[in-house]
Design a protein around this ligand. Structure first.
Ligand code: NAD
Ligand code: SER
Length: 331
């Protein structure tokens, strides 16, 4: 029997692609896409309902009426928006998650995916290969909600037997939906500017290095973890998952390999402090050991694929951006 899936925050950067991937994998009828505010154009064909995760009774009603057994809980406030509005970040990220966990416990939901983030780390964590069990002392409200959220998920796992699974996603790069207010948004915006205007003013400094991942890898990480045998999942907080790390300058240079006239300037704003508090890379050996995590895209492969897909979607002319002789995928 395929799972009966509820996705919250389905119109966001991850949800708009995850819903399509889940419908392709398990069947269109098995996935109920929900968001506080969503238009049909943002979500692939199939059931789409308005659902505010702040309303416990509505969440519970949705789970009951669709006989949901699996939830991908994506509704959240991201780091930059969260720093501008910490009360909102606390309310949506904490109350929203607790509502999902409470409703799921009562409605017999079997398994939940909830993404954590590199935002759990603070300035005192090692910058290179931040360990799975590093001290988690974030200096952003977003990070505070992710650390508290991880602990809440682990609590519901051991106290209520809910099978909650999570990864600490790095910054995600994708061609379908614009990012929703994070510190890593520059790594998506830069592609739009490269194709549409040929110039970009980056809000992080040229040398800022952060862990990043291309959306196809992120979707595969989520589904692989959710399909893993329960005996293989030893962590119910959040698994570190890595894919690539690059500086803003290195990304600009890689895009320039395809679009030589592309001009980038660097004017760091308040988001620089958030980026500076995060590691440059993470040690994801626990995810590799437990459920076989393995990324496919590196900087080169991601950039050519991203430019090709985005150019097609935006109708900007050039059809492919493959690097001569280079692999499309890392492995
Ligand atoms: P996003 O901002 O693009 O989308 C979030 C969606 O949630 C939006 O469509 C919004 O309308 C919806 N939403 C907000 N408040 C809501 C509410 N009260 N009820 C219902 N829906 C509501 O975010 P995303 O990038 O898709 O991120 C999804 C999850 O993944 C979040 O938990 C985020 O912290 C995590 N994550 C994302 C990244 C990334 O780079 N995108 C990296 C690490 C972790
Ligand atoms: N991409 C996310 C952000 O910048 C990381 O969790 O908020």
């Amino acid at each position: 029997m395929p799972p009966r899936i509820l996705v919250t925050g389905a119109a966001g950067q991850i949800g708009s692609e995850l819903v399509a991937a889940l419908r392709k994998r398990y069947g269109g009828d098995t996935v109920v896409a929900t968001d506080k505010a969503a238009t049909r154009a943002q979500v692939s064909a199939g059931v789409l309902e308005q659902l505010d995760v702040m309303h416990l009774s509505s969440v519970e009603r949705a789970m009951k009426s669709h006989r949901i057994d699996t939830v991908y809980h994506l509704a959240a406030i991201l780091s930059a928006t969260g720093e501008a509005n910490p009360d909102l970040a606390w309310d949506v990220n904490m109350d929203g998650l607790k509502n999902i966990l409470d409703a799921a416990s009562r409605q017999g939901v079997r398994r939940i995916f909830w993404p954590s983030s590199i935002g759990v780390f603070g300035p005192d964590a090692p910058k290179a290969l931040a360990p799975q069990d590093a001290a988690l002392n974030p200096t952003t409200m977003y990070g505070v909600t992710k650390v508290a959220g991880e602990l809440l998920c682990a609590y519901y796992s051991h106290k209520h037997g809910l099978d909650v699974r999570s990864v600490r996603f790095p910054g995600l790069i994708s061609s379908e939906a614009r990012p929703g207010g994070g510190t890593t948004d520059y790594a998506v915006e830069i592609f739009y500017s490269a194709l549409q205007t040929g110039r970009y003013a980056c809000f992080l400094s040229e040398g800022t290095v952060l862990p990043m991942m291309y959306m196809p890898d992120a979707l595969r990480a989520a589904v692989t973890l959710m399909e893993a045998d329960p005996s293989d999942v030893t962590l119910h907080t959040g698994y570190n998952v890595g894919a690539m790390s690059f500086s803003a300058g290195e990304l600009a240079a890689e895009i320039r390999n395809h679009l030589p006239g592309f001009q980038v300037t660097f004017a760091p704003d308040s988001r620089q402090a958030i980026a500076d508090s995060w590691p440059r890379s993470v040690d994801d050996s626990a995810a590799r050991r437990d459920w076989g995590w393995r990324e496919e895209f590196d900087l080169k492969a991601m950039t050519s694929d991203m430019l090709t897909r985005l150019a097609q979607r935006l109708g900007t002319g050039q059809k492919t951006f493959n690097t001569a002789g280079g692999p499309r995928r890392k492995r």
